[in-house]
Design a binder for this molecule. Structure first.
Ligand code: NDP
Ligand code: PYC
Length: 350
């Protein structure tokens, strides 16, 4: 680590070590600490400041308060039809994601589609890691998770919904999936908190203050609520996430998670909904003309989807989601990962 202008500058390798050691000091065993550190490292490698080292103090607080089991071992039940029930043993989500990718993909390849019904885990990271782990096994994947109330539903003035992210990954022949991963709020809370830390203002329409009035001040939004993305449409998607990650799995809604949380600043325990699809099982073998193939010639799902990606990329100004994140890697590798020195000190001092 070197210091520059009140920032700590780290290599991507140092990010892993910093995170893993902090989590072990806070009480996690190496299995859990290293899995979380891989997720933190991947976020920083891709320039996702809101879900990298920024989250380590929260992870550590949840370990120290005893809310999270730092020695958790994922329990994967025998599949029931297309459902794979997974108990996170009260631990963090990343070790669960690493453990289930292969069995969930295998189940999808047998059944066409498989639901990873994840319960009793704490999610505090970006979701693209779990959908991309499944894409690496040849599956398309969708994941969503709720959190604690931070978002006012459309028409409302008070927080009720989580920032409730959704991620989708589609495997591609070159091994680099098309992935999107986005909060269903107009901003992730992490980005609102970082804007507050940096003294920046937010665009109008991102959030409201505690009195329900529009504000551009992130400190006021932290006390009030973020608005859903796209008005009532985003609000509807966020409600769907609450239902899929909560009642569908027998897990908490965001407001219930907050009611039982000990408010240590770390993530609450809850559920995560992950669907894996095996396109080779779900697709009709399409040999008709009109889908880009020659009449009578078969076409795979991969050939077919590449037609869409080629059309998209042929348009000026269009890029695929996920490519922005990957394009940041060389710059991060050259310039290093930069975090405020007070955040570094907080991570080191535990
Ligand atoms: P962003 O708004 O930064 O990005 C959303 C998606 O849009 C990304 O897939 C991004 O791809 C894509 N995108 C952005 N710009 C373009 C463009 N010009 N063309 C095509 N695609 C584009 O994400 P959010 O701020 O909503 O969320 C940030 C992170 O916070 C997510 O990783 C999310 O999982 C995490 N989060 C986690 C929560 C939790 O409870 N664990 C809660 C809320 C959020 P690219 O990355 O390539 O730019
Ligand atoms: O940035 O909104 C957020 C968030 C909540 C939980 C993890 N990240």
């Amino acid at each position: 680590m070197r210091e520059e202008n009140d920032q700590a500058v780290l290599t991507v390798e140092e990010v892993f070590t910093l995170a893993a050691e902090a989590l072990e000091r806070a009480g996690a065993d190496s299995h859990n600490a290293e899995a979380v550190a891989r997720t933190v490292q991947a976020a920083e490698r891709d320039g996702c400041a809101s879900h990298g080292l920024f989250r380590v103090p929260g992870y550590a607080a949840a370990l120290k308060s005893g809310k999270i089991n730092g020695a958790a071992r994922v329990k994967i039940s025998k599949p029931e039809g297309s459902v794979l029930k997974v108990d996170g043993d009260g631990g963090f989500a990343p070790p669960v994601h690493e453990a289930i990718a292969e069995p969930l993909a295998d189940l999808a390849k047998r059944q066409g589609i498989a639901l990873g019904a994840l319960t009793n885990l704490a999610h505090f990271s970006a979701l693209w890691r779990e959908t991309e782990l499944l894409a690496a096994h040849g599956c398309a994947a969708f994941a969503c998770v709720s959190y604690m109330p931070m978002v006012a539903p459309a028409g409302g003035k008070e927080r009720l919904l989580g920032t409730n992210p959704i991620s989708f990954a589609w495997p591609r022949p070159d091994g680099v999936p098309m992935t999107f991963d986005q909060a269903t709020a107009s901003r992730a809370m992490g980005d609102v908190q970082i804007a507050a830390r940096e003294g920046e203002s937010l665009p109008l329409g991102v959030g409201i203050d505690a009195d329900g009035k529009d504000t551009t001040d992130p400190n006021e939004v932290v006390k009030g609520a973020i608005l859903p993305f796209g008005g009532y449409k985003g609000s509807a998607v966020s409600i769907m996430v609450e239902l899929l990650a909560g009642p569908l799995l027998g897990e908490t809604l965001s407001f219930e998670a907050a009611e039982s949380d000990n408010k240590d600043g770390g993530p609450p325990l809850g559920g995560e909904f992950i669907l894996a699809f095996a396109p080779e099982k779900t697709r009709v073998n399409q040999t008709r003309a009109g889908f880009g193939g020659k009449d009578g010639a078969s076409q795979t799902h991969a050939d077919h989807s590449e037609r869409l990606f080629a059309r998209l990329l042929a348009m000026e100004g269009v890029r695929l989601p996920g490519d922005g994140r990957r394009s940041r890697r060389p710059k991060v590798a050259t310039n290093g990962v930069r975090i405020p020195k007070p955040l570094y000190d907080k991570i080191i001092s535990g």
